[in-house]
Ligand binder design. Structure first.
Ligand code: CTP
Ligand code: MN
Ligand code: MN
Ligand code: MN
Length: 365
């Protein structure tokens, strides 16, 4: 049984970063049900419960075949009582009543609608829900106070919730590349995020900028963004300066959305339509994240920005619990030896951690 479930006859490893998780897997109905409950738990502020469902879903994504019977769960790590019940329901009836109830609930539907606005997180959505707001029209009619980012998110709601195709990601990358070339020849632009993991479409385009000579990348981003803006390519942008120094020491970067301190730009591009008959209009709004990393930190940035989010979380948890190391998108710090472990590639980071290398296409945990 175990040999049948686990690749190479091994038991499934407990951390997602020790496993290979392809984009396509055979347990879609099960993972969808579990991820709905994970999302709903997140909407209720139950981070622990949310993580438990996410972990269970992630384990099923790494199975080499379809889970046929409940007994097969016995050999798998990280599947709790509640997840087990959900899996049983879906295996037996094709659906899980609890999940169906959640999907139909007014709160879940409203939270989903609101959190899909660029710049709106669970806290804001939750507050609006409690104030009785239910629709996007409600937000406008009741003059809800919105940040500039949320206003842009609302204005481009339709486009931003239409998946970005790979071809669109590539043409965005080319546009940024051309701008980069004008100001800093030799600098590189790397497509990270879901597209690097092989996803055919995504919710945004994640681009990493660097230059082979440390320090040359400083000041690049603002020039690139200004130029793109002057060409009419930018509908919204919000830049942050680099706030990272190794002097700060190895403490993990806390906070909800602050995963690193690189110079960055959260933006919305005005992307010319790829042509094709029946295109409703000439352009589409696309979310783009631009991040600049000094070359010495680039492998860490690349690893951190390739995801998936769960894979990243598991990498950091593995590093800290199993290796007493602190991993973030800037560096890897060994707390036993009190030193930073440099790397020139993602492979080296896995080596430092004593992990088998997992290529991007297998990080879809
Ligand atoms: N990330 C980050 N800091 C942020 C936002 C994202 O480090 N403030 C990292 C995440 O860890 C993730 C990667 O950037 O691994 C990509 O995030 P995101 O674009 O949200 O997800 P994708 O996996 O690219 O999926 P999608 O197709 O939905 O964009
Ligand atoms: Mn992305
Ligand atoms: Mn996403
Ligand atoms: Mn992103």
């Amino acid at each position: 049984r175990v040999a049948e479930l686990a690749p190479h006859g091994r038991q499934m490893a407990p951390y997602a970063c020790q496993r290979r998780t392809p984009l396509l897997h055979s347990n879609q109905p099960l993972t969808e049900a579990l991820e709905t409950l994970a999302e709903e738990a997140g909407f209720s502020g139950s981070e622990g419960r949310s993580l438990a469902f996410t972990r269970a879903a992630s384990v099923l994504k790494a199975l080499p075949g379809r889970l046929g019977a409940l007994e097969e769960l016995g050999s798998l790590p990280g599947i709790g009582e509640h997840s087990r019940r959900v899996i049983q329901d879906v295996l037996e009836d094709g659906v899980c009543a609890e999940v169906e109830r959640v999907k139909l609930s007014e709160r879940y539907r409203t939270m989903k609608l609101f959190t899909k606005i660029f710049g709106v997180g669970v806290r804001t959505a939750s507050r609006w829900y409690q104030e009785g707001l239910r629709t996007l029209l409600d937000l406008q009619e009741r003059n809800t106070k919105l940040t500039r980012q949320q206003q842009a998110g609302l204005r481009h709601y339709g486009d931003l919730n239409t998946p970005v195709e790979r071809s669109e990601a590539e043409s965005t990358s080319r546009a940024v590349q051309e701008a980069v070339k004008r100001f800093l020849p030799g600098a590189s632009v790397t497509l990270a995020g879901g597209f690097r993991r092989g996803k055919p479409r995504g919710h945004d385009v994640d681009l990493l900028l660097t230059h082979p000579e440390e320090g040359r990348e400083v000041g690049l981003l603002s020039r690139v963004v200004s130029w793109l803006d002057s060409q009419g390519l930018i509908l919204y942008q919000h830049s942050q300066e680099n706030s990272y120094g190794l002097r700060e020491g190895p403490e993990p970067l806390g906070g909800r959305d602050v995963m690193d301190r690189f110079e960055r730009c959260f933006s919305i591009f005005r992307l010319e339509a790829q042509g094709g008959p029946g295109a409703p209009r000439g352009w589409k709004a696309v979310r783009v994240d631009l991040v600049v990393a000094p070359v010495s930190q680039f492998p860490f940035a690349l690893l951190g920005w390739t995801g998936s989010r769960h894979f990243e979380r598991e990498l950091r948890r593995f590093a800290s619990r199993e290796r007493k190391m602190v991993l973030n998108s800037h560096a890897l710090y060994d707390t036993r030896q009190n030193l930073f472990l440099p790397a020139t590639s993602e492979e080296e980071i896995f080596q430092h951690l004593g992990l088998e290398y997992v290529p991007p296409a297998q990080r879809n945990a």
